[in-house]
Design a protein around this ligand. Structure first.
Ligand SMILES: [Zn+2]
Length: 442
């Protein structure tokens, strides 16, 4: 008897230990109010405090925090060569599935990391991930108050501004210049507080890849969203990075349960023959979008994911939708580890900030971050890269990016300071000239 009791005791102890040590989270596949969302995000960050934190990028027009949850091995800090990724949900307040999926994703990342899921640990150990489940909490409040009635109610923010038409239109400027380099100066215009907060966010972190989650169709669209011809509403308007954007769009669509399926009775069937991806302007053109802004104002590639035909699906669809999108959400984050990355340094090994990396044949440059690190999403193949910085001589490198790479290829550059002799000569002549000028005044 003693023996049986002993075994039973050990069994019970192990059983209790298992459930007290293992942080198994039960994700609630329900809709969350703004207050509940903030709660879940803060609770999740607290539970995973070694690898997570929440922070606000600003406030909505009605004063609600635009709360981000971050996952990284060093929360709050950029680390040299570690790529930065972001997901943005609920930009249109009545498109709510993305918002819920991002809340579940945050809970999933935290609990799977703690449980020792190798894939999630690798992802978080090598990537800094930022998730903004709701860019438009005011619009969501309006939409959820009229549950199911509104196709359009709550789309805009509380000032009646469509946030995805509210960004500075840099695309027109790029078309007129026929160049697609960064436009560091922004046109001086008033934007909604939500737009302003996201613009500031994009400028403050060297994001590499991003997706904005919407609803109303089932497809992934990629820049440009604004047509290259002002009178053509549905005109294919590719960026110089068309090949890369297509690859990224396919990454999400192919990993989704049925986005890329060619079934004619699936939602959004008219996009089935394209594999569920389309150039934004070819779908329909609009100016002032967030994706074009990311591409033309920063180094970030942003795509738009339309998660399904229903903007506000019934609650019992939330769990099946999570299952349809989970693999796609993970694969798309992992796609940030493609192409090349590296550091641009001077001869003394100091990183050079603001150096540009250009790729022959692609008229779009990326610039280095604070410590000289850069990321360049690129298709496999042979590429000729050039690094330049003002005051330095340029350096060219030829690289061969094989297919089947599971992380970005490392390409560093060392730039030499341009000789100061010419500069000195110029100063000398300037001095002589000023002396002569003074003499002539007498
Ligand atoms: Zn939308």
């Amino acid at each position: 008897h003693l023996h049986i009791q002993c075994v039973f005791f050990i069994f019970m102890t192990l059983y209790i230990l298992r459930f007290s040590l293992k942080p198994s989270t039960i994700i609630q596949f329900i809709y969350h109010t703004n207050a509940q969302m903030v709660n879940v995000l803060k609770r999740t960050a607290a539970k995973c405090s070694d690898i997570s934190r929440t922070y606000s990028i600003g406030r909505s027009a009605e004063g609600k925090d635009l709360l981000v949850i971050e996952f990284s091995t060093n929360p709050g800090h950029h680390e040299l060569l570690k790529p930065e990724f972001k997901y943005v949900g609920n930009m249109h307040g009545n498109e709510v599935l993305g918002r819920q999926l991002l809340i579940y994703l945050a809970e999933y990342l935290c609990s799977e990391y703690l449980l020792g899921n190798e894939r999630i640990q690798t992802l978080i150990n090598t990537t800094r991930i930022h998730i903004l489940p709701s860019m438009n909490p005011d619009g969501y409040e309006l939409a959820s108050a009229q549950y199911f009635n509104g196709w359009l109610n709550g789309r805009r923010n509380s000032q009646n501004i469509d946030l995805n038409r509210n960004f500075p239109d840099l695309t027109s400027i790029a078309y007129s210049r026929r160049r697609y380099r960064h436009t560091p100066r922004l046109p001086n215009l008033q934007v909604a507080p939500e737009t302003y907060a996201v613009m500031k966010w994009i400028r403050s972190i060297p994001f590499v890849l991003s997706a904005s989650l919407h609803g109303g169709e089932l497809l992934v669209s990629y820049p440009f969203d604004f047509s290259k011809h002002p009178h053509e509403d549905k005109m294919f308007s590719p960026t110089p990075d068309e090949q890369m954007f297509k690859l990224l769009a396919r990454t999400y669509a192919d990993a989704h349960a049925n986005m890329a399926s060619n079934s004619t009775d699936r939602c959004g069937a008219s996009f089935a023959h394209r594999g569920g991806i389309i150039n934004g302007a070819e779908w329909y053109s609009f100016a002032g979008g967030m994706a074009d802004f990311n591409y033309l104002h920063s180094n970030c590639f942003e795509l738009t994911v339309e998660l399904g035909c229903e903007k506000f699906p019934p609650e019992d669809e939330l769990y099946p939708e999570w299952l349809r999108n989970k693999e796609a959400l993970l694969s798309f984050m992992e796609a940030v580890h493609q192409g090349i990355k590296g550091v641009v340094k001077d001869e003394f090994g100091n990183g050079i900030k603001g150096a540009t990396i250009s790729v022959r044949g692609i008229r779009h440059e990326v610039t280095t971050a604070e410590d000289g690190d850069y990321w360049r999403l690129l298709n496999p193949g042979v590429h000729v890269l050039t690094a330049t910085a003002s005051g330095y001589s340029k350096v060219m490198k030829r690289v061969n990016l094989p297919h089947n790479m599971d992380k970005a290829g490392r390409v560093d550059f060392v730039l030499k300071k341009v000789s100061l002799d010419e500069h000195r000569d110029f100063l000398y002549y300037l001095y002589v000239f000023s002396v002569l000028l003074k003499l002539s005044a007498y």
